[in-house]
Structures are given as structure tokens and as C-alpha cells.
Design a protein around this ligand. Sequence first.
Ligand SMILES: [Fe+2]
Length: 246
Amino acid sequence: MLNLFSKKTFIADLFDGFVDIHNHLLPGLDDGAPDVDIAIQLIQELMQIGFGGSISTPHTMNEYYANTPLTINTAKEGLLKALQENDIHFKLSASSEYMMDGHFQDILKKGEILPLRDRYVLVEMSYLQPPINLDEIIFDITSKEYIPVLAHPERYNYLHQDFSKYTDLKQRGCLFQLNMLALSDYYGSSTKKTAYKFIEDGYYDFIGSDVHHMRHINSLKNMKLTAKYVPAIEGLISKTRETFNP
Ligand SMILES: [Fe+2]
């Protein structure tokens, strides 16, 4: 007998002009696209799998990627120009993925933040350990009336043993952004298991690609979802679209 739930759908079939809210397409700023030519190639590949645009989010990470609104906007302008010259119609805007550290607290104080849109700010933590003053940083964000969108919560393996920390982050006002590839084996089994648990518990608010390079895009291209999870992913895609590109 045919099992209804064995039917699979390519995730790419759900994109339909999706404007991504997390990726590293802006050239020369971080560990994403190294130059304009590669950024254009990545964008063309993303368009082929159904993306219509991007709010690009280079890392702002004090010692490694010392980005500022100026470096980010300059790279965005350069890429927009190249898109225009190549007659490529891709909606491009820019924000950043902020590492929650002391430098972030400083620029938050100074108001030197590029939100995703309105008051939404994309933030991340180290993959090795959370910041010791995580609660204080979240408080700093929300007291400035920004809304923290935590990038890929499923990828912080040190939290996988204690889900109460995730509940606590939600209660403190963090919204959760799923990395699409976490639903495949790309980041490993513990991340994948956590991602599916969060989907089942309705913990995610938004979805993003976190594309850095062609390997990510090729993996997305081949990625399939079990029918059971398609409505949840469609829901996340719609909510992301309604919030950031109404
Ligand atoms: Fe990222």
C-alpha cells in the first residue's frame, strides 16, 4: 500500500520568488561570496531554484569581520550596480548577522545597527559556547525595542541537552530562524533532530538559507522534504514573506 507520508517534495518547489532573510551573498565582507563575479553566479543559481531576492546578512563579528553599516551598504551598492549591468532582476537589500558579544553591545548603544526590517535584528552566538552575559545582551536588544531574531538555534549543539534554555530565550523575546539545510544531513544528525523537534513544537518563526557558497545552493537544490513537513515549511516561508516583504 502506498504510504502517503513517503511522498517527498523538493524544498525548491516551495520558494516561488522567496526573498531570503539570511545569507552571505554580499561580496568581500566575510566568509561568503569573495567577489562580485561569484556573488552574481550565486544569485543566478538561487534564482534558478526559485529565489526572487535577498536581504543579505554579512557577519558583523568584531575581530574577524569588522563590518559596519558603511562597509555593508557599499558592498550592496556595488552588487546592485553589477546586477543592473547584467540585467538581472533580483531584489537586493542589506542587513547583518550580528555576533552577540561586547562589540555588538557597543554598537547597539550607539545605534549603529542595520536591522533586517523595522525593528528585527538577526543575531547569532558562537558554535562553541554561549556568551556568559547572554541574558544581559538579550535585555539590551529588547530594551532598545529591537526584536532579536536568533539565527539557526538548531545549530548550537551545546544547548541540545537542555531545551529549557531555548524556552527561556523565547520567553525573553527571541524569535527563531531555521536554516533550511538543517532539515537535511548537512549540519549533522543532532542539528537535524533538533530542527525537526522545533518544527513539531512550533518553535520557529522564520526560515532562511544562510547560503555562503555554491555547495550550500547545490545541497538546497537536491533537498527533499517528507510530505508531513511540507505544510510547516510552507507556513514558515509565508510568515517570513509577510513579515519582511509584505
Ligand atoms: Fe549566517
